[in-house]
Design a protein around this ligand. Structure first.
Ligand code: ADP
Length: 608
């Protein structure tokens, strides 16, 4: 109970009251005893004045005088009428006899004498001094004041037993106890009321503080007074308001950061200095292909071979950044580490930023592969040119026939290199978007017709059937006619190249919704299924030697794809190994051309 301020205040009030009343009681008791004694002493001095100043013959003489004269000398002059006041007479010459009105001293004389001899006042009187020292003595369970006076050779020893003033003392005590009780009750009530006025606002403040701690800032405390408590309440309300604003700011800042972390494409993992995960964003889980990251930092570091441990960071004061590459089943990830610190610059944790570099890595690999391919492709013709010219210089020139044959090879190798360089230049221009497109309405039908005408002879030489179907009305397309012809020629010549003698190559041209669809179907050697996904890659060839033999650069389909895509079209290839290949080109029709039908002859025609 004493822990509560309220009861402590009440207790202090009561303690104050008691500490005031009790000394008053004690002082009162002392005062009463003093006045009782003074009266007792004054009576004795008064009585002594009335005793004749003559030598008394014997102790009995004096005793008789004290007892006789008038009715009772001791009663009148010494005021010894009360049963609690006694007197005894002793002879200073021989302290063996006592005449006493005191029943206590009246029995055994020896004992009475020895008791009286213990009195300091009696001893003083023996030494011819006044034995009037106030001293409340306690003997045999009784309390009394005593006094001793010398008369001649006798000493009169007086006692005043406390029963004589006890009633008065009891009265006083009752008054004091009653007033003490009243004071305690009053101080209890007053203390309670006063403490309430202090503790109620304090308790309210306490409850409000608990609310604030729980995040409830809304209710303001009512300011009921202008005193210190009122000021404290006002300050508290102000503090709660400020805290609310700060909390709102912090939480909106936190939400902002969480949203950024949630939607950013880079993965973020934060570890505290104990190595426990404190934050993982969805991108990090996706990049590492896991549903959750529960491993400690050291486990993480071990799993992905980061070559770092918490101990190093903590004890070797690792600071700054580190970059590590992580390779998972299907991804290349760059991991950046950064330490975050507290105000004293002590490491608090580690942030790992994961960046998906799979695409860059692929592009880098492709670039390397491309350079290697180009070098290889150029080296082959160069080597053969070099060896043929060397042979010629070494004397083969003497033979005209050999010279012509060798020069023919050198010429064709040079042509191949020219073709290769031309193709590469075109690809570079396409890559860098430096192509000058001469866009104009082009009739797909005449485009196909022209291309077929150009390759007819080639097909004929291989005993192949080359024909074309035009299905329905074919709208014009908006295209660079030369480049588009290059695409068709390339695909057609591939079909001729990779179709054995006696095969069949057919071109179907049709309208599919808003697109013009050109399909070149052959009955050639086909492409294995595993090669199909890579067939549009630069230098990708199913059979390198065969392609090279046939004068191919391995860039034809790549260029065709770039050109078709630059026309907002698409190109796809499907094939069955040993049965034939089907290349489909889709190009959007020319809307500005008002859907004017192209210069096709008539719907659904076939011309060989
Ligand atoms: P190339 O100059 O070698 O013909 P392309 O890019 O035109 O290069 O073609 C790439 C590869 O695709 C060829 O080497 C060949 O293996 C394959 N290919 C292309 N068209 C056909 C087809 N009609 N039939 C079978 N294989 C083909």
């Amino acid at each position: 109970m004493l822990r509560s301020l309220q009861w402590r205040l009440v207790f202090i009030f009561i303690a104050m009251t008691i500490s005031l009343i009790i000394p008053i009681g004690i002082m009162l008791k002392v005062q009463v005893e003093k006045s009782v004694y003074n009266e007792f002493k004054a009576d004795i001095i008064n009585g002594m004045g009335f005793l004749e100043d003559k030598p008394y013959g014997s102790i009995e003489d004096l005793w008789n005088i004290m007892q006789k004269k008038g009715e009772n000398y001791s009663t009148y002059y010494f005021n010894m009428g009360s049963e609690h006041k006694t007197f005894s007479i002793l002879n200073t010459k021989a302290l063996n006899k006592v005449l006493s009105s005191d029943p206590v001293l009246n029995g055994n004389e020896n004992q009475a004498v020895s008791e009286i001899l213990e009195s300091e006042n009696f001893i003083s009187a023996l030494g011819n001094k006044e034995g009037t020292e106030r001293n409340l003595r306690h003997l045999n369970g009784k309390a009394f004041f005593d006094c001793a006076m010398k008369k001649g050779e006798f000493i009169i020893y007086f006692r005043y037993y406390s029963q004589g003033w006890e009633n008065m003392m009891r009265g006083f005590n009752n008054i004091i106890i009653t007033s003490l009780m009243f004071s305690i009750i009053i101080s209890l009530i007053l203390g309670y009321i006063l403490s309430k006025t202090i503790t109620v606002p304090v308790v309210n403040l306490m409850h409000k503080a608990q609310d604030v701690a729980k995040g409830n800032f809304d209710k303001l405390l009512e300011v009921k007074s202008e005193d210190e408590i009122g000021k404290l309440t006002k300050t508290f309300n102000y503090m709660a308001g400020e805290l609310k604003n700060t909390m709102t700011e912090i939480s909106s800042e936190k939400n902002k950061i969480e949203t950024i972390l949630k939607y950013m494409t880079d993965g973020i993992i934060a570890y505290n200095i104990k190595g426990e995960v404190v934050h993982v964003n969805p991108a990090a889980r996706k990049l590492l292909g896991v549903n959750s990251i529960e491993m400690s930092f050291n486990e993480f570091s071990g799993k992905y071979s980061l070559g770092m441990s918490l101990e190093e960071i903590e004890y070797l004061n690792f600071s700054g950044n580190k970059e590590v590459n992580i390779v998972t089943e299907d991804k290349y990830i760059k991991a950046y580490f950064a330490i975050f610190t507290d105000e004293e610059d002590k490491a608090e944790g580690i942030i790992i930023v994961l960046q998906d570099v799979t695409e860059q890595q692929k592009i880098e690999n492709m670039r390397k592969e491309f350079v290697a391919n180009v070098s290889h492709e150029l080296r082959t013709p160069l080597t053969s040119i070099k060896s043929y010219t060397e042979t010629l210089l070494d004397g083969a020139m003497e033979d005209r026939e050999t010279t012509e044959r060798f020069l023919g090879v050198v010429n064709s190798e040079a042509d191949r290199m020219t073709r290769l360089v031309k193709d590469l230049l075109q690809l570079t221009r396409l890559d860098n978007q430096q192509m000058q497109w001469k866009l104009q309405p082009v009739s797909p039908v005449s485009l196909i017709k022209k291309s077929i005408e150009k390759l007819e002879l080639e097909a004929k030489n291989k005993d192949q059937e080359l024909g074309s179907y035009i299905i329905g009305d074919i709208p014009n397309i908006k295209a660079d006619a030369d480049r588009m012809e290059q695409v068709v020629l390339n695909i057609l010549s591939n079909a001729i190249k990779y179709t054995p003698a006696g095969g069949k190559i057919t071109v179907y041209t049709s309208k599919l919704y808003e697109d013009v669809c050109i399909k070149i179907v052959d009955t050639g050697i086909g492409i294995p299924e595993k090669d199909l996904p890579r067939i549009f890659e630069r230098f990708y060839r199913v059979d390198k030697a065969r392609s090279r033999e046939m004068g191919g650069t391995g860039l034809g389909l790549a260029i065709a794809k770039e050109i078709v895509e630059a026309h907002n079209g698409s190109i796809s290839i499907s094939s069955e190994w040993g049965k034939g290949t089907e290349v489909t080109i889709k190009l959007p029709s020319d809307k500005e051309d008002d859907n004017k039908p192209g210069d096709n002859d008539k719907p659904s025609t076939y011309f060989p």
